[in-house]
Ligand binder design. Structure first.
Ligand SMILES: [Zn+2]
Length: 341
């Protein structure tokens, strides 16, 4: 064999090895980091917190959120096509309307996947038309029909799914009575979870991608005011909750979130670890809309397992998250609403 041919074969081998390594990395189960071409920010300086006035949630909000979680989990799995999916959607709309909040249900069929999905959007008018979006996903992970046996099990998503929904439903009556400067939208996304068991951004985030696409159109035609900020809640009720500093999130909103955790005395549950995670906030960021993801993913041993049940949840964690979100709101309203970006 000629020297040149040998070198070519070695190069070919190296290229194949690199391609294989890339394929394996893209299939790693927890690979929600780097799924999109967003730049990851550096962690904020935690010594440099803003002096925010705490506006914690009234006592009992965590308990009410937990009651909602209990009701939702009783519906069983809650992804497209399952009975629990439509029961949950009816429950969300009923509870919001009971809180005096006007609600829209946006239902569509994804043409490529042939699945029917539904976002719920509730709007609470404020003194200004600019919006602050508080969001979560309502779908649970589909854990049937996967080719690998270990990926098929009974999954009810007490934390991954129900916690965000339960928390938004518990604070909806408070926001309906609050003197809001911003118009507040509570948005419950469908189809956040990847259809493939392992994360595949092209088969996930269906609801948030659709919401942002429609919103960009509505803004272009003048039918909607800008979104000043998005606060996304994903897995916010685990007993040992650790909300990571999610590094795709807008640094300004991360700073407000950390400052709210300091103001309410909840530093131990926030930003002790930092890692990027692709989630429903990413379509907003890609459209240039500031967004922050409050997610307990990196240190969560129950994520996408049969152990994500009510037993590992705690009303105190839901209350902690409510304290931080309600303390972030006035800071966002005074800093971002009504001021040009
Ligand atoms: Zn999940």
């Amino acid at each position: 064999m000629s020297h040149l041919l040998k070198r070519l074969l070695v190069l070919l081998g190296l290229a194949c090895g690199a391609a294989l390594a890339l394929m394996l990395a893209a299939k790693s189960p927890a690979n929600r980091s780097g799924g999109r071409a967003l730049g990851q920010g550096r962690p904020i300086d935690r010594e440099d917190a803003l002096a925010l006035a705490a506006s914690p949630a009234p006592d009992g909000v965590g308990d009410r959120a937990m009651d909602h979680c209990r009701a939702l989990v009783a519906f069983g799995p809650r992804y497209f096509g399952r009975p629990g999916w439509s029961q949950q959607l009816d429950y969300i709309v009923d509870e919001l309307e009971r809180s005096g909040v006007s609600t829209e249900r946006d239902t569509w069929t994804d043409r490529r996947e042939l699945i029917t999905l539904s976002n719920v959007i509730a709007t609470i008018p404020g003194r200004r038309p600019e919006r602050v979006v508080l969001a979560c996903h309502h779908d649970t992970k589909c854990t049937t029909g996967h080719p690998v046996d270990a990926h098929n099990f009974h999954f009810i998503g007490a934390n991954d799914g129900a916690s965000g929904v339960g928390l938004l439903l518990a604070i909806a009556p408070l926001l309906a009575k609050r003197d809001n400067k911003a118009t507040i939208q509570l948005v419950f996304f469908d189809g956040e979870e990847s259809l493939d068991f392992d994360w595949n951004v092209d088969r996930a985030l269906f609801g948030s991608k659709r919401f942002v696409r429609r919103d960009v159109d509505a803004r272009r035609s003048g039918a909607a005011a800008p979104i000043a900020a998005v606060i996304l809640l994903d897995m916010v009720g685990r007993a040992d909750m650790q909300i990571q500093e999610e590094l795709y999130s807008s640094p300004q909103l991360r700073r407000i979130c950390w400052s709210a955790a300091v103001a309410t005395g909840h530093e131990e549950s926030f930003f002790q670890v930092a890692e990027a995670a692709t989630d429903d906030h990413v379509p907003f960021l890609e459209a240039g809309i500031p967004a922050v993801d409050l997610i307990d993913l990196k240190q969560n041993p129950y994520w996408h397992t049969a152990r994500d049940t009510l037993e590992v949840m705690a009303p105190a964690s839901l209350q902690t998250t409510a304290d931080v979100v309600l303390t972030m709101l006035p800071a966002i309203e005074s800093g971002l609403v009504g001021t040009p970006r």
